[in-house]
Design a protein around this ligand. Structure first.
Ligand code: FUL
Length: 481
């Protein structure tokens, strides 16, 4: 029966009746054998996010907190044999983390509950290598609890990073035993700390003490998350949120949220990624050519993870290397402005506080972004409209205002469709091309030289099906040094 429904949906879309029928494919679509290459591209335009993916995308700004034994040893990757006594923040203040980030516009915190060294920031029953064996709060502390409570208090979303790679666990490398151990840890985190909104799995993998490489049971890990926290998105080695492919804060100019790429969690997926010659770092993950070669496509949007400092963990020697406001703003344009969510890492120091330099930079960033984007210079950009290839719409700029930033959004609840577009400005009684770009997706930001255009015109020059333009905005972003 499901198969028949699916075939009917497919036929409705490729026959062109889809605009009336509201037919979409949530998260995943396997192409039936009978469709042509062009029809595949059209069908891909009907793949939409799940509710959790959609809510996640709207967060735009999310924060990573790398905190753990490395904070106290100066390392980036602990060996797993560091003395837990060393973990001893002197002025731990999770509320300071949450309020600092929230005031800067961040909507979620993802905490490294366990990094590769295996040291757990909560009193787990699975190992003694945790805060329980540290001198902090005489072994009675629980970082996960305090961060979770602070998030609750300030209405901030909360996620966990649980490193599958564990350099302390004895069972690591003994695959079934370690998978059980890992599932117990995951279960503790997903049962004892209220709502978890994102689970972040890094792909790093090493040999265990027995010299064997650990084989993770990803499907069971997924199952645990889906049953205990069905609204949580699974990131990176998870199949809801994709790694953008670098750690420098740079999204793609052309970023399709619909892609045949999936995280390499099984031989079948690994082989399909090889057949299509794709990985998270590929330039092209969603072009027409690639979709035509694909058997299945997924809504799998990108997250841009980058640290405010050179390292992921706090090191005093990097205090003067905190990213400048200018750099943070560039990162914002290259992540949120390129159809991604920004995951900015802000590592607390040995006191257990976000350092003053980082806090001040975040404050400046929050003010800059909110001042710029709360002041839309258009009178009529909020109207949604539908565009076929070649369709345009004109917008009015408020009198005597300069602009230098354009924002366009598609209604991704109806899929991602726009392949290219042009923005023109009406200057001295003439239309002049201001900028051209490819994809839009959830949000696209484009920078321009300052312009005094009195009207703007958006033309959708290419789209995979009727595009749903959700919002068009124009702003003035003050110059930075
Ligand atoms: C990487 C890890 O190896 C880094 O230490 C950091 O946690 C980063 C976010 O992911 O793969």
């Amino acid at each position: 029966m499901r198969k028949i429904t699916f075939i009917i949906l497919t036929l409705v879309i490729i026959s062109g009746c889809s605009q009336r029928a509201n037919t979409y494919f949530e998260k995943e679509l396997s192409f039936p054998d009978f469709v042509t290459s062009d029809q595949k591209v059209k069908l891909a335009a009907y793949v939409i996010p799940t509710q959790s993916q959609y809510e996640w995308q709207q967060l735009e700004l999310t924060a990573f907190i790398h905190f753990g034994i490395n904070t106290f040893t100066g390392k980036e990757w602990g060996e797993g044999n560091e003395d837990p006594e060393q973990f001893n923040p002197t002025d731990f203040d999770a509320e300071q983390w949450v309020t600092t980030l929230q005031n800067a516009g961040f909507k979620m915190i993802i905490l490294t509950a366990k990094h590769h060294d295996g040291f757990c920031l909560w009193p787990t029953k699975t190992t003694s290598y945790s805060v329980e064996s540290s001198s902090w709060r005489n072994g009675n502390g629980d970082v996960v609890r305090e961060v979770r409570d602070a998030c609750e208090k300030y209405n901030m979303k909360f996620g966990v990073y649980l490193s599958p790679w564990d350099r302390n666990a004895e069972s690591y490398g003994d695959s079934p035993a370690y998978n059980e151990f890992f599932i117990k840890q995951l279960t503790e985190l997903l049962t004892n700390y209220g709502d978890i909104h994102e689970v972040w799995f890094d792909g790093a993998n090493g040999e265990g003490p027995n010299g064997k490489v650990q084989e993770y049971n990803w499907l069971r890990f997924y199952h645990v998350i889906d049953s205990l926290q069905p609204a949580a998105v699974k990131a990176i080695m998870g199949n809801d949120i994709r790694w953008v492919g670098n750690e420098t804060g740079l999204g793609r100019e052309t970023e399709w949220s619909v892609t045949p790429l999936q995280p390499g969690i099984s031989d079948a997926i690994i082989n399909e990624n090889i057949r299509l010659n794709i990985s998270p770092t590929s330039d092209d993950l969603g072009s027409r050519d690639l979709i035509e070669e694909s058997n299945t496509v997924y809504w799998y949007p990108t997250e841009v993870d980058v640290s405010i400092r050179p390292g992921w963990f706090y090191h005093e020697k990097e205090d003067q290397q905190v990213k400048t406001l200018n750099e943070l703003v560039d990162i914002y344009y290259q992540s949120v402005g390129m159809n991604s969510v920004l995951l900015l890492n802000v590592p607390p120091d040995r006191r257990g506080r976000i350092h003053e330099i980082d806090a001040e930079r975040l404050r400046q960033f929050g003010i800059y972004i909110s001042n710029t984007f709360s002041d839309d210079k258009l009178t009529d950009g909020d109207v949604s409209w539908k565009a076929r290839s070649g369709d345009s719409r004109e917008y009015n700029v408020l009198p005597s205002e300069s602009i230098n930033t354009i924002m366009v959004q598609e209604d991704i609840k109806k899929g991602q469709r726009v392949e290219n577009f042009i923005v023109e400005g009406f200057i001295n009684n003439e239309w002049k091309v201001l900028t051209k770009a490819t994809t839009i997706g959830y949000k696209r930001l484009l920078r321009l030289p300052d312009t005094d255009a009195t009207k703007l015109r958006l033309t959708i020059t290419g789209t995979r099906d009727i595009a749903n333009i959700h919002k068009f905005g124009a702003y003035y972003a003050p110059k930075l040094q």
